[in-house]
Design a protein around this ligand. Sequence first.
Ligand code: AVI
Length: 321
Amino acid sequence: MNLLSQKISFYDFKPELENFRDAVIKGLSRGQKQIPPKFFYDETGSQLFEAILEQPEYYIPNVERDLLQTYADEIGRLIEPGSVLIEPGSGSCEKVQLLLESLHPSAYVPMDISREFLKQSACSLSQKYPWLPIYPACLDFTQQMILPHGIPHGRRVVFIPGSSLGNFDPLEVQHFLTGIHRITGKGGGLLVGLDRKKDPSVLNAAYNDAAGISAEFNLNLLTRINNELGGNFDLDRFEHRAYYNDQRGRIEMHLVSSEDHDVRVSDQDFRFIKGEYIHTENSYKYSPDEFITLANSSGFRLLKIWSDDKHLFSIYFLEAS
Ligand code: AVI
């Protein structure tokens, strides 16, 4: 433990960073080439993601913000003051700020793999909310779900906004929620913001914005490989593709090769046939019934659901049973 200020106790669980090179070589060697989406987020990738959040077609942040603002007091009453609020993948800790005054938690535990980002976000949060004890935990929440020592007693409530659960496949979500159930214990809470199934044209537009930012975000993965792994990807020979796969209930993002050619990465050659693609991301969309069934199978029961008028997005409050 390391005290950044009187109200911040920083815990470093020293997450093992999955080696970018190994993941890329392994992913490009598979029959269906694929690279996990967590590697999108180098500095440029994180900036491009922030820019995606501003695109008019990408409705998720605005709809979720409106819901959190509108229902903050109701959410606060359900969660009860004095709870310990835990946020895996907390990033800039922005969304939680819409709830802090209504929730008045006894402590906030942001969890993130990016050490410096986590420290900075915790410091600026602490300046804005001097009454709030903060216990930032540096860890990879997909690998380890543990809590820092010394957090106050009180109902533990896990907050997962931004539809981030959608980037895992349903089995991984089930496994992850079971881990959450273990740390909240019976009676603990789970507040989740998740994108819904809808007209595919709305979904397709959200991942193919007119300004081309989603395309840049996807293609930046190849730039990152070129810069960090000595790759020679020619970005003019790859195209961004994102479409809703109705059967699987998910947006799939691909990088499609426009011709037959070879690419070299870290002294290894990879052959691309025209039309062949690297699968870079899935973003699952859930009907409320589907998500509630999944959450039930991990030991959570629904207490309340809030949705916008157009049924684009939902926020779920569940209790560990
Ligand atoms: C982070 N995650 C919830 C985003 C999503 O919608 O799946 C990532 C993203 N990929 C392309 N656009 C946004």
